[in-house]
Every structure is written in C-alpha cells, then in structure tokens.
Design a protein around this ligand. Structure first.
Ligand SMILES: Cc1cc2nc3c(=O)[nH]c(=O)nc-3n(C[C@H](O)[C@H](O)[C@H](O)COP(=O)(O)OP(=O)(O)OC[C@H]3O[C@@H](n4cnc5c(N)ncnc54)[C@H](O)[C@@H]3O)c2cc1C
Length: 415
C-alpha cells in the first residue's frame, strides 16, 4: 500500500506515520554528521514544526520530527478542521509578505498531496467605516500588489445580503484568500516530510536539563535521540516545557468554535456566496460551510487559563448563548440554526502577537518556535523557512521575535 493510502485508512494517522517512518528510515540519512545523529530534531508536528522540518529537508539535512500525539491531533492548536488565510495585516507588511509566500506553499502542498487543502473562498474583513485596521491593510495590500476590493456600506449590503449590517460601514474583500483545511494540511505536510526521508515518530520529549550543548533528547518512552540541533515547536506546551523561560511570555487561553447547520437547500452561507470572514466590531471570525460541515463561528469566551493536556473540551451553555446573540445580529438567517458541532481549542499568545522564535539562552543548539497568537497557522510555511534559516546559519532572529523583546513586554500589535 502506498504511504498516502496508508494514511488515509481509518487507522490512527499517528500510528501509521510512526510505522511508516520506522519501515522506511528511522535512522538519520548519512549527511556527514556522524552515525546515528540527526542533523536536526524537531519536537512538535504542528504547523510550525512540520514546515520547519520541510525546509530543513529541502536543505539536505537529516530530520527527526517527533510529536507526543501525532501530527494534527485533537489537542494541537493546528488540529482544527479549518483556518483562515488572509493577506490583510494592517500596516504589518512583514506578515502580509509571509502570507503571500505561504499561500504559494499551501497550494503546492495541495497539489503534491492531492488533498483540497486550500479553498479559495475569498475573505471579507468587515467593520465600521474608516476602521484603522481596514484602512492600513488596504494601503499595505495596494503597495504589495495584492488584489482586494474596498466595499462601502451600500456595496457591502448589496454584495452580501445575508450579513446583518448593524455597526458596519466598510468591508475589505480579498478574492484570492480563503480557507485552509488545517488538520489535513498538517498530516499531508508530515507525510511529505516522511517521504522526503524524515523520521516521523510519536513520542513525547522530556524537557532538556543542564545547559551548554544538548547532545541527546530523552523521551517519555525511554528512547534517546542524538542530534546536532534541536527545535522545540511545541505550541501551547512550550510554557510547560520551559516554565522559567516562557511561563510568563506565552499565555494559553481557551478558544471556542461553533459549527451551525444550514437550512436545507440554502447555500447563502457557503462559498461562493459566503467568504471567510472577520468581524472587527466583535473580534469574531469564521468560515463559510466547507465540505458540508456547517458554518463556522469563532467567538472567544472570557479569557481564562487553559491546560492543553487536561482541560475539558466541551462548550458551556453561556458560550452557546453568547454565540447565538452574535449570530442573530450578524447572520440573521442562521438565528435558529442548530449547533452541529463545537470545538474547544487554545491559543498560545505573546503579549504583542508577534511569534517567539529564538535560541534558548541556556543551550547553544536549542531553538524555540512558537507564540502563534491566534494567527499563526496560515504562516506556517514562512515561519518554517525562517526557523530553518536560523538553525542553519545561526543568525539571530529579528528583534520582534526575540525572547528579550517579549520579556520587555508589549501591547498587542499584530492581529
Ligand atoms: C480556534 C482557533 C482558531 C484559529 N484560527 C486561525 C486562523 O483562522 N488562521 C490562522 O492563521 N491561525 C489561526 N489560529 C492560530 C493557529 O492555529 C496557531 O497559531 C498554530 O496552529 C500554532 O501551531 P504550532 O505548531 O505552534 O502549535 P501546535 O499546533 O499546538 O503544535 C505543537 C505540537 O507540539 C507537540 N508537542 C507538545 N509537547 C511535546 C513534547 N513534549 N514532545 C513532543 N511533542 C510535543 C504537540 O503534540 C503539538 O502537536 C487559530 C487558533 C485557534 C485555537
């Protein structure tokens, strides 16, 4: 059976990946790095980890990609069904550029894997007239040649009659953006790493102890993996792994997502009529009906610390009531739509919303990549490229990503 077919079987992808990796090459390829030593051990097969591994493999390095529960598992932040990809980042040109590059990579992965990872639904950012984020985004998109349409209140109401207009006066529509199939994208990326020669294994890394140069990584199963460099891309688990260093720099709040069943035969809330959307009036976002799974509404509960290992992932009646009040106003055609599915996830947030990418100050060959801050999924390919470059060259990261900058603290500047 081909590896892709193996992955598609109903058997857990994690088990299959581990078996596939063992069967193909569980030892590092000869790379001049010595026998049995991986050039790089990447811990965490979420979006940051799989794309870091991908770029290291492209650079000819031997890679071990390790995940405690397997790529795209239910508790991972990258394990949701869908994530928006949009180019608008206000005046933050770097993130717009990185998203442009990342979209090309996601499309290429879709082609390589045969999975419908990118859905070009368009993305609509809506808000009051003159909303600074919309105005700044339009300036950046124009400067970078990204296609978009500005919609005033009348145009917005005409184009999207299924949207309730209360508090709305402007829309920024990106026709080439859309929705990524997150879990399947991660699994396809991990599978591609495996076919490129990476060892992809399910095992939980123990935090490194001591300092200086890390020579080997110990795991919960008792295994030890030798490596020249190590990248911890462990999303919301990073503060647990490195409490002294990251406990205060990355917070992990709860996030909730609802899927509403559409009225029978009604396609107003599916593409092409309905795009992905972000509502600046309420910090809510969502997707149209994708693969007939329902209209997605992401609406955050009051902030509270969340344990990614043990938290109960069931939404409360209060959360459902909050979501209903919002939907009644913004999407009145779905006011009585049944909740067909819910998901409880978590963000891993830095104070500024910038990612945290840096060398561990206590180890010469340990890197940390995380702090996705609720917007990192789309950018995985560019983040992976950036992290791989740091690992390969030893270059210091841009100050915006550095641990020292995050330690100084900053107000949220990236959304
Ligand atoms: C509800 C919700 C909606 C979002 N919407 C969007 C969106 O629309 N667009 C967007 O771009 N972004 C979005 N994001 C943000 C995005 O999903 C995250 O920024 C991104 O997925 C973070 O990826 P990661 O690789 O850092 O972490 P994760 O995906 O959590 O991956 C970390 C991995 O590390 C592994 N790990 C942890 N500890 C260990 C260990 N000791 N040993 C081995 N492995 C370990 C875990 O098992 C996990 O698989 C959203 C997030 C949430 C929660």
């Amino acid at each position: 059976m081909k590896r892709r077919d193996m992955l598609r079987t109903a058997v857990g992808a994690a088990t299959v990946l581990a078996a596939a990796a063992e069967a193909s090459a569980s030892q590092p390829k000869k790379s001049g790095s010595g026998h049995g030593i991986f050039d790089v051990v990447v811990i965490g097969a979420g979006v940051f980890g799989v794309w870091t591994a991908e770029h290291l493999l492209r650079a000819g390095r031997s890679v071990l990609l390790l995940d405690a529960w397997g790529p795209g598992h239910s508790r991972a932040t990258s394990g949701g069904e869908t994530r928006l990809i949009r180019m608008s980042y206000g005046a933050n040109e770097l993130y717009t550029r990185w998203t442009m590059r990342s979209l090309d990579e996601w499309k290429a992965l879709a082609k390589d894997s045969g999975e419908p990872i990118f859905n070009r639904t368009g993305v609509l950012r809506m808000g009051p007239a003159g909303h600074p984020y919309i105005t700044d985004s339009e300036k950046t998109l124009k400067a970078l040649g990204v296609p978009f349409e500005h919609l005033d209140a009348a145009a917005l109401a005409r184009r999207f009659p299924q949207i309730g207009m209360e508090q709305l006066g402007a829309g920024l529509f990106e026709p080439d953006s859309g929705v990524l199939l997150a879990r399947r994208g991660i699994q396809a990326a991990a599978e591609r790493c495996s076919t490129r020669g990476a060892s992809v294994l399910v095992d939980a890394a123990l935090p490194p102890s001591g300092g200086g140069e890390l020579r080997e990584l110990s795991t919960a199963s008792g295994a030890r993996y030798r490596g020249k460099q190590f990248v911890f891309a462990c999303g919301p688990w990073l503060p647990k792994l490195f409490p002294a260093l990251l406990g205060k720099l990355i917070t992990v709040p709860r996030a909730e997502v609802f899927f509403l069943g559409l009225p029978g035969g009604d396609r107003r809330f599916a593409a092409p009529d309905m795009p992905g959307w972000i509502d600046e009036t309420s910090d809510t976002y969502g997707t149209p009906d994708i693969e007939y799974r329902g209209f997605k509404v992401g609406i955050d509960p009051p902030r509270a610390p969340f344990d990614p290992d043990t938290a109960v992932r069931v939404v409360s009646e209060e959360s459902i009531a909050r979501m209903r009040a919002y939907v009644r106003k913004r999407f009145p055609g779905l006011a009585d739509a049944p909740v067909v599915e819910t998901r409880v996830c978590q963000y891993e947030e830095t104070a500024s919303g910038d990612f945290l990418i840096d060398r561990h100050p206590g180890f010469s060959n340990v890197w940390i990549a995380g702090g996705g801050s609720g917007h990192g999924f789309k950018l995985g390919p560019s983040v992976g490229e950036y992290v791989a470059e740091r690992v390969l060259t030893g270059d210091a990261p841009d100050p915006r990503f550095a641990i020292a900058t995050h330690q100084r603290g900053a107000r949220r500047a990236v959304d």
